[in-house]
Design a protein around this ligand. Structure first.
Ligand code: UTP
Ligand code: MN
Length: 522
């Protein structure tokens, strides 16, 4: 999945030559001409004129714009336009909204004139930003989103539309509904009327319509229709199987399948992952509790410390953001002495398997060196294991915490890099899973191995939420000309990687206020 829309980089946004080639005389002034009511040809003409006179005119709204110039628009209209078209209303937005008279007078004078009140456009509306006291950023990484969602009625509805868009492989609509839902989650008040939406960025017409209907009727007919829709229901069911994506679910749907029983009875060839997903379906669709996550944490830690006593294990993902439950448990593993972590995952998984703790595992080798910057759409390239744990219902107390014996190490070497046995789908487990009276629960666990130097980036990347991560990367690119991923931060201007030992340092590199994990629930 593409994390970032690829945008053309503007050349030297802060000065130097203007795109027309003329020298920029007034570097500190950045003009953005609003096309609405001005028209594109007049806008082009004025752009040329200003550039010839040494003014910097930006084609797009950006942080470096100081004067937003428009003709025959009110301040409210310009603000609304900027929010809609550019998602602007952020803390980064400090530009003055000015009338064309400032522009023409400045052109006449051959220099930027001081702004007077008569040049400024009046903004009448009371925005949500004013209620809150600060402007609301269209970037999730500049908002504080706790789990205390005051607008669940609206966010649940928008989430269903986002899900449906995703199942229709409509990335644009998925993002629009997800962003709208996310921004409402960050509001410190409960929305009761449409006026409460004023000044809130990232809300398109479609999302506004949904909110309006819910405010008026209590429900939204489009959402109700989606919930009743057979394709939506079936694809949601199939994609809730571990290892099944939208494309596969859609294929099965088109082949006429509608239920898990039909899928089980069909001749369809499943992958290893899907076989396990279907086998443990019921367990895997019961949310993992915090207590279960902590218990698994103890097991993982004990297993890892058998082989590498000073390794550091961190619970990440939704649980690190304070969630009381989750769909899986994510652990990040590192060692202060870089290199010590190599090979660890095989030893640990292999040993846990001998202890009967693993129902399924899929280890992916580190591919960072091979990859570098070639596939930015991939989340990351760490060595990791997507697994299914067999979690005993009674407390685990018989786990040996001693150092590994030679036998353990031999077993690891034997199985080693050829990949561990595929334990899912054995008769033993089919019977156990089907029996229903089992004393264990299947739980999805992700173990990610990060070299120490990349640990802070890995932690930030794996803590989520997904939208928070996406917006961090988008922000880095757009405002800082930096590439952020779960391995590193690359500064394109200085042409170098920026090291960071903590998440705080990464936020500082990006010029962002630090947002702690429990406020990243965007
Ligand atoms: P999860 O999918 O586990 O989500 O990914 P979650 O936020 O913990 O919520 P649950 O599990 O559904 O309750 C955790 C974070 O790790 C990143 C994503 O940014 C996500 O927010 N991630 C996930 C990766 O970097 N790579 C992956 O392959 C998967
Ligand atoms: Mn998770």
């Amino acid at each position: 999945m593409a994390l970032l829309p690829r945008k053309k980089r503007r050349k030297d946004p802060l000065g130097g030559n203007s795109p027309g080639g003329a020298m920029v005389k007034f570097k500190e002034i950045g003009i953005f001409l609003v096309e609405r009511r001005m028209g594109s040809s007049r806008r082009s003409f004025l752009t040329e004129l200003a550039r010839k006179k040494g003014f910097r005119v930006e084609e797009q709204m950006s942080e470096s714009v100081t004067h937003v110039v428009s003709e025959n628009n009110t301040g409210d209209e310009v603000l609304e336009l900027l929010e809609k078209q550019n998602g602007i209303c952020s803390t980064g937005f400090t530009a003055a909204l000015v009338d064309i008279t400032w522009f023409t007078e400045s052109m006449g004078a051959g220099r930027p004139l001081e702004l007077e009140n008569c040049h400024r456009l009046q903004v009448k509306r009371i925005s949500a930003a004013a209620v809150i006291g600060t402007p609301i950023s269209p970037y999730a990484c500049q908002r504080r989103t706790t789990l205390n969602n005051k607008n669940r009625l609206f966010t649940d509805a928008l989430k269903i539309l986002a899900e449906n868009a995703e199942l229709c492989e409509s990335e644009g609509r998925y993002l629009a509904f997800t962003r709208a839902s996310s921004i409402l989650k960050s509001l410190p008040y409960n929305m009761t009327r449409m006026d409460d939406l004023q000044g809130i960025p990232s809300l398109g017409d479609h999302s506004r319509k949904v909110i309006k209907e819910i405010l008026e009727d209590g429900i939204c007919s489009e959402v109700e229709n989606v919930i009743q829709n057979e394709r939506y229901q079936t694809l949601k069911l199939f994609t809730s199987i571990f290892g099944v994506g939208v494309k596969t679910a859609d294929k099965w749907y088109r082949e006429g399948l509608r239920t898990l029983d039909e899928l089980r009875a069909s001749k369809i060839k499943l992958t290893k992952e899907q076989t396990a997903g279907l086998l443990y379906y019921e367990d895997l669709n019961v949310p993992v509790t915090r207590a279960e996550a902590d218990l698994i944490g103890q097991i993982v830690e004990a297993a890892i410390h058998r082989f590498l006593p000073t390794a550091v294990i961190t619970l990440t993902g939704g649980f690190r953001r304070g969630n009381e439950s989750g769909h899986d448990v994510d652990f990040l593993i590192t060692h202060p002495e870089e290199g010590k972590e190599e090979g660890l995952i095989y030893q640990v998984i292999s040993w846990m398997a001998t202890q009967g703790l693993i129902l399924y595992d899929d280890i992916t080798e580190n591919s960072y060196q091979k990859w570098k910057n070639q596939e930015p759409e991939k989340f990351d390239h760490f060595t990791k294991c997507f697994s299914i744990f067999k979690l005993k219902r009674e407390p685990i107390c018989n786990l040996e915490l001693s150092r590994p014996s030679n036998h353990d190490c031999l077993a690891v070497n034997e199985i080693g890099r050829k990949g561990l046995a595929d334990r899912a789908g054995t008769t033993q487990h089919v019977t156990a899973a089907a029996a229903g009276d089992k004393d264990w629960k299947a739980v999805r666990v992700d173990l990610i191995i990060a070299p120490f130097g990349q640990y802070a980036y890995a932690l930030l990347g794996w803590t989520g939420s997904r939208l928070f991560e996406r917006d961090l990367r988008r922000y880095a690119k757009h405002f800082k000309h930096m590439n952020l991923n779960s391995h590193s931060l690359f500064d394109n201007e200085q042409n170098k990687l920026l090291a960071a030992a903590t998440e705080e340092e990464i936020f500082a590199h990006l010029g962002l206020d630090y947002i702690p994990p429990h406020e990243r629930n965007a």
